[in-house]
Write a new protein. Sequence first.
Length: 114
Amino acid sequence: QVQLVESGGGLVQPGGSLRLSCAASGSIFRFYVMGWFRQAPGKQRTLVATLTPGGTTTYADSVKGRFTISRDNAKNTAYLQMNSLEPEDTAKYYCNTNPPGLSWGQGTQITVSS
């Protein structure tokens, strides 16, 4: 099965930016809808953004205008550019197909705090 590895997280101040990466062990992005998800402590995992093979994107209302999902098919890598980060964005972020069909990776932690 395709493995997913997320990276790029860290501690950032409110208003800052980060770019997350999701490296897949196989060529899946050109065939499946990809999503970025996040899970805050004590809360359910929620969908943040999606990207179809044709390039259509969708975003949760809470991140619309601040986050951008993209991919590089040649590198089997998806990205999530996050700007104007807010403390409410603090969570562990994961990628997967949408709906989720692969084993979850370890995720990457984003902490937004001053």
